[in-house]
Design a protein around this ligand. Structure first.
Ligand SMILES: *Cc1c(COP(=O)(O)O)cnc(C)c1O
Length: 559
């Protein structure tokens, strides 16, 4: 992580991975095309690409060929589709770099075929059809000729028609249905022409989240991937999404001012009472709308919300600290927006004040803002199990205060003594919360060979029983892209006790399981060594442990 930057967009790959899984959960398994155009919606396209693929996305989508080639240059190997081309687009480069080409008209198809012939290769294309947006994509009158030529070129080995897609106008349910009807016609015509598209996709985030009848077998998701809602009236949390970007700066100067003092250009803010102003070095060059001036936006500092006052400059803005001044100093982090479940303002505040959409704010975050991937606990946000209408209520819930590591170990021992072959335990909690201490206790209670350590560097570790009982299989589910990968590990769920760390949302379709959430008080353990687990080494603070039993096995509780 680069240090010293005074403007940072912290990006949570864990949130992006969670959002991909959430999308898959919503669609019931449609392929996910992660749309990471416009520098990953401002999040940084490389961070976004890697996290989306790790989360289980099958394909990356960008608008421009340049963006696609840029991702290849950075070592991204996943399939990439791009669909908006200049008249002189370099399809030779696209074919050389195995970029899938969205084709919108016949001349484009011929240019792609010519490039494929030069390369003595095959170009992978997906037809983009206009079903009512009146933008990019082949118009219905062009379909027959375009598809016939596509089939011919496919037979000649110059192209492979991998997919067909269209984009909705989001003009209401009826309009969506009309567009879907036209799309169905296009897909039929393409098949009749002799092509068999593997990927058929219409929905972007909005239709993905609300309209199962528009899912076909793939969805192209942008804003939801980054944890933001495409709807003005529904929040990220309501949709089970976790915002991935936290825009941060810091206090670089403090000034005590008397009532009557004018603030910033034009003096359009005059201090009402004696107060302390903080200078925050982020401004409209960084994507903070200048018109936020006086609109009532706040920033979060040390858990408090403080108003932005005076005109926003190109490079800096001013915050009125009020009585908070006594508690903060230079270097204090300032959060401009982020995940509201952590107590900071959501980006939607700016969007609403500006009369625009969250999309415009995030893609507008400027290039001086350093994008830093900060991988954190996905369970700290709304997990899939908290999403409305998803997992059923647990059969039992027990909440415990755990004073110190010894008590955590003892709790594990008691649990371990109750566990048997076929039991599944899902353990979530931030780094340093004490999950490994708990798992070690479970191992001791089960009587398995140790040592039980953090599984961070292996996917799964098996500890055989020393007492003729079930082995303990300790899994780091956090590093699995999707539940299918868990299946690939070929774990003996029936014959073992499986403890999966970070496994929420991954392994829950298995009938009965115990979900254990370890939480530590706000800020405790922060500044720990940065090791994977450092509960024992950090200042000991009590933990809250919540044990939820799912399925009839746990109806009577776990303890
Ligand atoms: C941008 C874009 C998307 C993603 O839209 P979201 O609303 O952000 O999910 C999907 N498809 C196409 C063609 C796009 O241009």
């Amino acid at each position: 992580m680069r240090t010293g930057s005074m403007r940072i967009a912290e990006i949570s790959p864990a949130a992006i991975r969670h959002n991909v899984r959430r999308i898959r959960e919503v669609t019931g398994g449609a392929a996910v095309i992660a749309v990471i155009k416009a520098n990953g919606y401002g999040h940084g396209s490389l961070i976004a690409a890697q996290a989306a693929i790790e989360g289980g996305a099958e394909l990356l989508g960008v608008t421009d060929l340049e963006e696609a080639l840029g991702l290849r240059d950075q070592g991204v190997e996943a399939p990439i589709l791009c669909w908006l081309h200049g008249v002189n687009a370099d399809f030779d480069a696209a074919i050389a770099d195995r970029i899938e080409i969205g084709v919108s008209h016949l001349a484009q198809l011929e240019a792609v075929a010519a490039a494929a012939a030069r390369a003595r290769g095959t170009a992978t294309v997906q037809f983009k059809v206009d079903t009512g947006l009146s933008r990019n994509g082949a118009a219905p009158v062009e379909w027959a000729e375009l598809f016939a030529r596509g089939a011919e070129l496919e037979r000649a080995g110059l192209v492979r028609v991998r997919g067909v897609f269209s984009h909705l106008a989001n003009a209401g349910e009826d309009r969506d249905r009309e567009q879907a009807g036209r799309f169905d016609v296009a897909v039929e015509m393409l098949r009749a022409a002799g092509c068999e598209p593997e990927l058929v996709h219409l929905a972007a985030s909005a239709a993905t989240l609300t309209s199962p009848h528009l899912h076909y077998n793939a969805v192209r998701v942008g804003v939801a991937l980054f944890g933001l809602s495409p709807f003005a009236a529904r929040s990220s949390a309501e949709l089970g999404l976790i915002p991935a970007m936290t825009l941060k700066s810091e206090i670089v100067a403090l000034r005590e001012v008397a009532a009557g003092t004018g603030v910033s250009y034009g003096y359009n803010h005059i201090v009402q009472n004696d107060t302390t102003l903080a200078l925050v070095p982020i401004g409209y060059a960084d994507g903070m709308p200048r018109a936020l001036n006086g609109a009532g936006a706040t920033v979060a500092i040390a858990g408090h919300h403080c108003p932005i006052v005076g005109r926003i400059g190109m490079d800096q803005c001013i915050v009125d600290l009020g009585s908070l001044a006594r508690r903060v100093g230079l270097g204090e982090p300032v959060v401009l927006f982020g995940d509201p479940s952590t107590g900071v303002p959501p980006v939607e505040v700016w969007a609403e004040l500006m009369g625009t959409i969250n999309y415009e704010i995030i893609v507008g975050i400027g290039s001086r803002v350093v994008r830093v991937a900060v991988d954190e606990d996905p369970a700290s946000g709304p997990g899939p199990s908290e999403a409305p209408g998803s997992a059923p209520a647990p059969a039992s819930v027990e909440r415990l205060e755990i004073a110190d590591p010894d008590a955590m170990h003892e709790l594990g021992r008691r649990l371990g003594a109750r566990l048997a072959a076929g039991d599944l335990v899902i353990l979530t909690g931030p780094l340093g919360a004490g999950k490994t201490t708990l798992a070690r206790g479970i191992g001791e209670g089960l009587g398995v060979r140790g040592p039980v350590t953090s599984p961070t560097f292996v996917l799964a570790r098996t500890h055989p029983s020393l007492v003729g009982g079930a082995p303990l299989v300790h899994v780091d589910a956090y590093r699995l892209a999707d539940p299918a990968e868990l299946d690939d590990l070929d774990l003996d769920f029936e014959g073992s006790v499986v403890v999966a760390e970070w496994g929420a949302g991954m392994v829950e379709e298995r009938g009965s399981w115990l979900e254990i959430v370890v939480e530590r008080p706000e800020g405790a353990g922060a500044g720990a060594s940065g090791e994977t687990e450092s509960y024992e080494e950090t200042l000991v603070e009590p933990r809250t442990v919540t044990i939820s039993g799912h399925g009839s096995r746990w109806a009577g509780g776990a303890l």
